[in-house]
Design a protein around this ligand. Structure first.
Ligand SMILES: NC(=O)c1ccc[n+]([C@@H]2O[C@H](COP(=O)([O-])OP(=O)(O)OC[C@H]3O[C@@H](n4cnc5c(N)ncnc54)[C@H](O)[C@@H]3O)[C@@H](O)[C@H]2O)c1
Length: 385
């Protein structure tokens, strides 16, 4: 197996997940953690990196002036993904880029062009598309084990406080960055994006394809003083007529961890992150079931690193990751459409600012959204908040 050079762009925030795994190397992978790219490192970060003997640079060009890397992991703000992918692939690196691939669909298509032009892959870090339970389920769905998938739904309610929106370089909840680049940050495109992408991914026609989208209805609202939205109800119809419901909020009064369900002709597939570490299960009408394993575990979240490094290092028996730029195109299309076509409204219900917790919330919103979710049966979709 080849030993590869890995660099990490974006040290803070979610970058710390990558930093931790790359430094500890709990899976004994063959790589060298070659450098960190981040122009906003704090003094203590620099001291820590010096202690680890890992050099740091302000940008990718500065790194490439003196080194090469087989893999660049991008965990920087959304609007930097496309330009960083261009620099990385042009310099001969494969990329594992955090989700969402880019703000706009046209940028994602440019990223596809970089892959072709520079003959390098860009994988997108939607971790559930690398996780064993999801991949095994998808193989069964594609083999028709459960018949046709008819509908799917997902809900996740995670309140985020004011400091979440004010963190880092000030891009959270923004349409555009200070220098005019598209960000399109929202509850649906960022923290809960996994669960929307996962519905589309599982209903795709191939391992590296997601379901094509035909129609979208969206109710997008904000309780926080942000430009975009912190709460949404999305009704999506796929090109094959499957109906999807996606509900997410950062302004709910009570947190509800991700729950999703896919109704097929011969089974109901369900996962609830608050139970059994998110055990993914297919239940059949005769009372039998198949368990695919727990999804909400550190090991499954780390699969995106493990699989990408092992594939690049030509480890035996390792398949190419399927979470590619084009796999996430339908997800990007949904987000692009929402930002282009939907008016984001402020809540017309009471909004409370909880000074002690430094957060906004809408009283009874969790119950309202959970009731919507529970009452939505196969092919019966509820509109509006
Ligand atoms: N997969 C997941 O579960 C998950 C979870 C959280 C965030 N994310 C994704 O990770 C990405 C980063 O999000 P975040 O919340 O950590 O953001 P953040 O703003 O909190 O942190 C981003 C880091 O990038 C650095 N950075 C800023 N400009 C840079 C530049 N020009 N070059 C290099 N580094 C730069 C910042 O200094 C900071 O250290 C986003 O795409 C987000 O959607 C994924």
């Amino acid at each position: 197996m080849k030993k590869i050079n890995v660099i990490l762009a974006g040290w803070g925030g979610y970058g710390q997940f990558y930093a931790d795994v790359l430094i500890r190397n709990p899976h004994g992978l063959e790589y060298s953690f070659r450098a960190v790219i981040d122009p906003f490192l704090r003094e203590e970060d620099k001291v820590a990196l010096d202690g680890l003997n890992i050099p740091y640079f302000d940008d990718l060009d500065a790194f490439y002036a003196e080194g090469t890397a087989e893999l660049v992991i991008i965990s920087a703000p959304i609007h930097l993904h496309r330009p960083m992918c261009e620099t990385a692939t042009r310099n001969g690196s494969t990329v594992l880029c955090e989700k969402p691939a880019a703000a706009r669909l046209c940028e994602l298509l440019e990223m596809r062009e970089y892959e072709t032009r520079y003959k390098k892959n860009i994988f997108i870090g939607f971790q559930w598309s690398f996780a064993d339970p999801i991949l095994e389920l998808k193989r069964d769905l594609l083999r028709g084990v459960y018949g046709r998938a008819l509908s799917g739904k997902a809900i996740v309610l995670w309140n985020r406080d004011v400091s979440y929106y004010n963190r880092s370089t000030g891009w959270a909840g923004k349409r555009k960055s200070k220098d005019g680049a598209y960000v399109y940050d929202s509850v649906a495109s960022n923290a809960t994006a996994h669960y929307l992408n996962n519905l589309l991914f599982l209903l795709g026609d191939g391992m590296d394809a997601s379901a094509e989208v035909a129609e979208i209805q969206a109710d997008c609202r904000r309780a926080n003083p942000i430009e975009t939205f912190d709460t949404c109800v999305l009704n999506i119809q796929t090109a094959k007529g499957q109906e999807l419901l996606f509900i997410a909020s950062h302004a709910a009064d009570r947190n509800i961890d991700p729950i999703f369900e896919i109704v097929c002709e011969k089974a109901v597939i369900a996962c609830d992150f608050s139970r059994d570490s998110g055990l993914l299960t297919a239940r059949l009408p005769d009372g039998s079931s198949k368990q695919y394993g727990a999804l909400n575990t550190p090991e499954q979240e780390q699969k995106k690193i493990v699989n990408t490094i092992n594939w690049l290092g030509s480890a035996p028996g390792v398949e190419k990751p399927v979470s590619t730029v084009m796999t996430t195109r339908p997800f990007a299309g949904v987000i692009d459409y929402i930002f282009e076509a939907i008016e984001f409204k402020t809540f017309d219900r009471e909004v409370i600012f909880d000074r002690a917790d430094n957060r906004y919330y809408v009283p009874r919103l969790s119950d309202t959204l959970m009731d919507y979710y529970n009452s939505c049966e196969c092919r019966e979709i509820i509109h509006g908040l």
